[in-house]
Design a protein around this ligand. Sequence first.
Ligand SMILES: O=C(O)CCC(=O)C(=O)O
Length: 263
Amino acid sequence: MLNKTNYSPDYARDGVQYFENIIPDHLISELLCEVIALCGRKVDNSKNLFLQAEEALFGYLNNNSKSGYLALLRAIKASVRVKQISITPSVISKAQKLLNSNHISQRSDPVLHITGKKFQLSDRSLAAPWHQDWPALRTSKHTLVVWVPLGGAKGKGALSFKVGSHQNGVINSGDVDTVYSIDNEEVSDFDTLFQGMPEGDAAFFNSLTVHSSQDIDEFRMAISFRFEDLTCPEWRKRQFTTSQSIVIDKRALTDEEKDLFHK
Ligand SMILES: O=C(O)CCC(=O)C(=O)O
């Protein structure tokens, strides 16, 4: 196991790199305030925002149906506060540098990641097993993932990475559940890199870099988003497609929908 004190990862060699203080504090605070407000609570500026967000989300989970809670999570991840973080100039310039391209895009939507036992909706853990992101995206060959903790990642809540695993291309995966999960034996030759991450830091990693999160008791919240290299000739040949397209449900309007604006 490698950790921060004895190892400093390099993006090209290791497929992962950490940047400290790259996300301005106010953007994280504003997103946490958004979470609290969307849960129907008032923000108390004298108290810790992350703890208030935890309480607000937990209250919402207990007082609403599972589908209502999942709808709220989708609303949170679609908030412009998430977009503001994903297009922070410091993040964009690092992404351009790591992708070695000035022409980059964000083809897929940001993802909201919550771990912590009390937020589990079934007996299935919220943690992600070892996996690569590329098979779920199938976009450019150099897709870069940025993972931004919003709180709870200073210890076990952070991600673990298999150092250099991106160099092996797409690795065999088993059953596709929430992710294309990879057995431990497939990646046992790689060192595991794990380091806690305070808010403001971000991990940038190649979408082929195998990573996982741990099943923890405490609440941890993070967002991730992806950058694509628009100059990737191979992706151009595939007409810039992605497996993460948003499907529009073209069903007929119900009577209730037709009346929505006439009440
Ligand atoms: O935050 C997590 O628990 C998992 C994140 C992850 O696997 C990803 O960003 O691809």
